[in-house]
Design a protein around this ligand. Sequence first.
Ligand code: HEM
Length: 224
Amino acid sequence: MPFNPMPRQLAQIKTLLFLVCLIPAGRLSWAAYSGDFGPNPVEFVQRWTGTWTFNLLLLTLTVTPLRHWSQWHWLLRLRRMLGLFTFFYAALHFLSYIGFDHAFAVDAIARDIFKRPFVTVGFAAFVLLIPLALTSSNWAIRQLGGRRWQALHRAIYPISLLALVHYFWLVKITAVLWPLAYGIVLAGLLGWRARERQRKAIPVRRFSEAAPLKFFKQKPGSAD
Ligand code: HEM
């Protein structure tokens, strides 16, 4: 169904999306205000921020296939905000880890990152997200040029795989259902992209393989 919002409607959609993306942070702030963190506050904050980082990462990756299927090209205008919210929740997640788990002690953080593989992988995903967040402005796109910007932002695919490995690695074997569900969604999103790339890369028949051109015996336009 074609739907092309007017600039004012698009601005309203963006504002609404912005507010919706703030809801998980609002829930955290409410928990901090009311003390409603459950029996294990640290675990609550880490899980909440980690889960929302992943949710937003998947939502960001959903924009392109959704745009393709719906032909709603304006959806692309929402992708940057979703990407930046992914980084925002990843930063909160990282902050909760360095603050609650290690009281901001740099040497303890560094040791833990090297010691626990699931932390190493999560850290790698976070570090790789930083250049993407830093180059999300129009100015950065102009400076880098479209092609280089696109190549850099393809890092979102390895980042999403690192996030998935991080998730699988940290849960106990009895609780793999959630990471499995995230894995299936991610496989669908990345698989769709791989298929699209392959489809677009189908070569046009080479000139030598093409059927020979037939010429008119008569010059076009000449008398019968
Ligand atoms: C793109 C980056 C990241 C994503 C998508 C992510 C995602 C997640 C998810 C989904 C969880 C589990 C939530 C649950 O159990 O329900 C989690 C937990 C956790 N993550 Fe991350 N994470 C990321 C980066 C990091 C980083 C940078 C660190 C630290 C250096 C980190 C450390 C942790 C820790 C300590 C837990 C809690 C494990 C536990 O419950 O014992 N993560 N993360």
